[in-house]
Design a protein around this ligand. Structure first.
Ligand SMILES: Nc1ncnc2c1ncn2[C@@H]1O[C@H](COP(=O)(O)OP(=O)(O)OP(=O)(O)O)[C@@H](O)[C@H]1O
Ligand SMILES: O=P(O)(O)OC[C@@]1(O)O[C@H](CO)[C@@H](O)[C@@H]1O
Length: 312
């Protein structure tokens, strides 16, 4: 099958997970076990979609000095690698998982800066990918020195070629991209509050904020809220998808899994409630593992029946 989905990760990361029971900030902590995985939001999305049977191409910037972990991962999984190699190392983000206090602490580094010429190369690669891919997922933070307008520029270029763009970003680059109206966005609640410049208390305030964004031309807004679930809003409907209680191993990548499930649902032509079920089931799958891997497809399908959908 030809690739039809591309994910773009400008700032990938090696996720260095350390399991520290009863982690205490400001104290000496001993690591119980550790694991290193290729990560960064778009890499995770590509991996989840591949686990579900899609053919996916990845691009963005990858430091040459520690690219091996990514290269091995992509070739093992059959992910098409169109990352642009840049000098130096891809950042290593530290994820401290604490099975006693049931919390995850993220330490995310700024990332390796690409040059202007690397950025031009990336635009060229994306134009090439647009010849074979219909869906583009643009995800994650920008590395040092990259202009906050870059996501907006990419969306404009891709939409001019009739591509469907899903954006999962935060901060200034996210804010500047909204007027270019990507097809869908998936902020978490903190990212949405930052974007709207106000605090959003309660489900109807969140749905209302999402509706406001739709008036700018977006077609689907998904707001993830951790264990409380996620609110899915389209022009004529709004709903909340609540996950059942699950045993959480790591929350890292739960949002990326939700993006992957949403893309899958849309590509399958599912209704919004069924997309919400599938997106939540993908997240539940991601929560049960460390690293961007999904359990088998039949397990994901069975999770969909445990998701509670309520119209707002
Ligand atoms: N503790 C939890 N229990 C049950 N479901 C959860 C939990 N945490 C996350 N989820 C599910 O995963 C979805 C996405 O999680 P979350 O809101 O944490 O995304 P995020 O902040 O974008 O995460 P990340 O940036 O790490 O990918 C939630 O909407 C929910 O369905
Ligand atoms: O610093 P960013 O780009 O916002 O987020 C990076 C990151 O936390 O996102 C993924 C989980 O969503 C991890 O694989 C990765 O470390």
């Amino acid at each position: 099958m030809n690739p039809q989905i591309a994910t773009i990760t400008l700032n990938p990361a090696i996720d260095q997970t350390a399991s520290i029971p009863n982690f205490q900030a400001g104290e000496v902590n001993r690591v119980d076990w550790e694991q290193a995985d290729p990560g960064g939001k778009g890499v995770n999305v590509a991996s989840f979609l591949t686990d579900f049977g899609f053919s996916v191409t990845v691009s963005g910037f990858l430091g040459k000095d520690n690219a091996e972990l990514f290269q091995n991962f992509f070739s093992q999984k059959g992910i098409h690698n169109r990352f642009i190699p840049i000098p130096g190392k891809t950042r290593v983000n530290v994820k401290i998982i604490d099975p006693v206090q049931n919390q995850v602490t993220d330490i995310n580094f700024p990332g390796q800066a690409p040059t202007q010429s690397d950025i031009q190369d990336l635009h060229r690669v994306i134009d090439e990918l647009a010849k074979e891919c219909d869906w583009f997922v643009l995800s994650g933070s920008l590395p040092a020195g990259v202009d906050s307008g870059i996501y907006g520029q990419m969306i404009q270029r891709l939409k001019a070629q009739d591509k469907t763009v899903v954006l999962d970003a935060s901060g200034e680059s996210f804010r500047q991209a909204i007027p270019f109206a990507p097809y869908a966005i998936k902020p978490n609640i903190d990212e949405l509050q930052e974007l709207m410049g106000r605090s959003l208390e309660g489900e109807s305030a969140i749905a209302q904020a999402a509706q406001e964004l739709l008036t700018q031309g977006l077609e689907c807004v998904v707001v993830s809220m951790g264990a409380k679930g996620a609110i899915f809003v389209e022009p004529n409907q709004a709903l909340i998808a609540r996950p059942p209680k699950v045993e959480v191993i790591s929350t890292v990548g739960a949002g990326d899994a939700m993006v992957s499930g949403l893309v899958t649902g849309k590509l399958r032509g599912l209704s919004l409630p069924d997309c919400a079920r599938l997106a939540t089931a993908f997240s539940m799958g991601a929560l049960t593992q460390v690293g961007p891997r999904l359990p088998p497809t039949n397990k994901i399908e069975s999770f969909t029946h445990q998701v509670n959908i309520q119209t707002l």
